[in-house]
Write a protein that binds this ligand. Sequence first.
Ligand SMILES: Nc1ncnc2c1ncn2[C@@H]1O[C@H](COP(=O)(O)OP(=O)(O)OP(=O)(O)O)[C@@H](O)[C@H]1O
Length: 228
Amino acid sequence: MIEVEHLTRRFRRGAETVTALDDVSLTLGPGELTVAAGPSGSGKTTLLSIIAGFERADAGRVRFAEPLPPDAPPESLTWRHLAFVPQGLALLDELTVAENVELPALLDPDAGPGRRTAELLDGLEIGHLADRYPSLTSGGEQQRTAIARALRLLPPVLLGDEPTGHQDRDRILLVVALLRAHAYAGNVVLISSHDEAVIDLADRVITLADGRVVSDDRPGARPAASAR
Ligand SMILES: Nc1ncnc2c1ncn2[C@@H]1O[C@H](COP(=O)(O)OP(=O)(O)OP(=O)(O)O)[C@@H](O)[C@H]1O
């Protein structure tokens, strides 16, 4: 569904040029939870941001296929096609938790019913916070609000930048279970993570180092993970 072709992204830092992504190519398909792993600064956020259309590549391109509008540029996609959980969450503090989750549906009335906000909030254990403003909730609760918002329209592509970074162990399992269920329903789910607990639960692990893909494994093929 997504072809990432020879992406390169460089940043200027004074006299220095940092190569955040260096000729990265990969294919992302539906039906598996894919985790982009790798040390801090390896290029995970840059990769997700370019796929999501928030960042532009210096070279290479991202191509989408059905059910996304074929060959649409990433920046033209809406929440109903592609949802992103950014590290900064980007919640609107003048809206309540429930209203933030509802926002993609309000912005796109033709998007269809999607998944109910109340069901998402309950599933992510923030139903009791529905009417509270995000700034009056914890970092983990805010992150789960952003995850609920991303799932609201059941998008065929869901990207998350460290979407479990603020969660405790039980909530990591909760979030990963929800993201895997979304993937198994036939959608592309790509998240970044440093967390071994998350990486262990992934169906596919793409490891970056210095802006390059250094391994691309499906650990389910390994005996230790086959009991999942
Ligand atoms: N706007 C920017 N300006 C300059 N350098 C940048 C910028 N954004 C990213 N970089 C650099 O590009 C490289 C890749 O950064 P990126 O944020 O993609 O890494 P990451 O793997 O997501 O890191 P982390 O796990 O810490 O979030 C790093 O060396 C980073 O310092």
